[in-house]
Design a protein around this ligand. Sequence first.
Ligand code: UFG
Length: 328
Amino acid sequence: MKLLVTGGAGYVGSVCARVMIEAGHEVTVVDNLITGNRDAVPDAADFVEGDVSAVAADVLGGSRFDGVLHFAAQSLVGESVEHPEKYWYGNVVESLDLLEAIRRTNTPRLVFSSTAATYGEPESVPILESSPTRPTNPYGATKLAIDHAITSYTGAHGLAAVSLRYFNVAGAYGGAGENRRVETHLIPIVLQAALGHRESVKIFGTDYHTDDGTAVRDYIHVYDLARAHALALESAVAGRHEIYNLGSGSGFSVRQVIETCADVTGLEIPVEEAPRRAGDPAVLIASSDKAISDLGWSPTNTALPTIVADAWEYTRALGDRAHSAPRA
Ligand code: UFG
């Protein structure tokens, strides 16, 4: 297939672009490089720099595409609380412009990068696709709004669409991994502390009702996540919008993640206890049964030490290219 990948210079988008190319697809990446890295875009992909709203219509109108994988987004929960305008314009308005470009050019398929943040604080775990969607921050609210827009476009205009709700993505693949200018995610922060690029890891909250008092998350390897995108693209049916959760199905606490990182790296990781981070649910664990049964998805890298080992190999190899590396 000929595919447009928005946000293909970002972490998840660049890994998915690689996996699509390996599967024999032809990929054009659109990215404005505000948070993405140009050198994360696979060499075999065409690259167009710009906002989705500015360039997607021309790209899709320029030749016939079989599908769009839409990753481009603002994705920091805390920032979304402080600057919701950045999320409503940057996520919703940009995505509506993309949907319009897709409709006008009769591009048949869309796979959208949705999130567990659409569910908010769950009533019970594991979280099913039928669980209530009550986002606790603007980031989750904007992703949910886009999901609703996609549902109405598929019904009215015959688009074949799949939304994938990611839980906590980590790990690396094919030389692509987490190297953000502003890092807020637990595993890269812990590995940066192991390398001495940070003084310590702050544990946000030690008074949750969990076994060790710290928050529990479901970590999914970025390669397993990317493979789900390939399956989603093949499974998409005209006029339907399917939604799938993607996780590994087991939860690890913040302390367990830090211990695993210490084991994998063999290095000491200084920690300090800190208050809870606003908007953080206590426990998020996915049921991915629907993706497993409907898509034939079979995650293979579900062990946390494997996910951390791949992230560590990537982080260590970054050297001076790491955004967290101490500058001279
Ligand atoms: N945490 C710390 N210290 C840190 C960073 C994180 O204790 O320095 C904790 C967080 O408080 C949380 C856990 O580690 O309890 C995981 O935090 P992350 O920031 O790595 O991930 P989140 O669970 O907050 O967010 C992820 C995605 C979001 C998505 C969300 C869905 O990054 O995009 O899952 O729940 F919205």
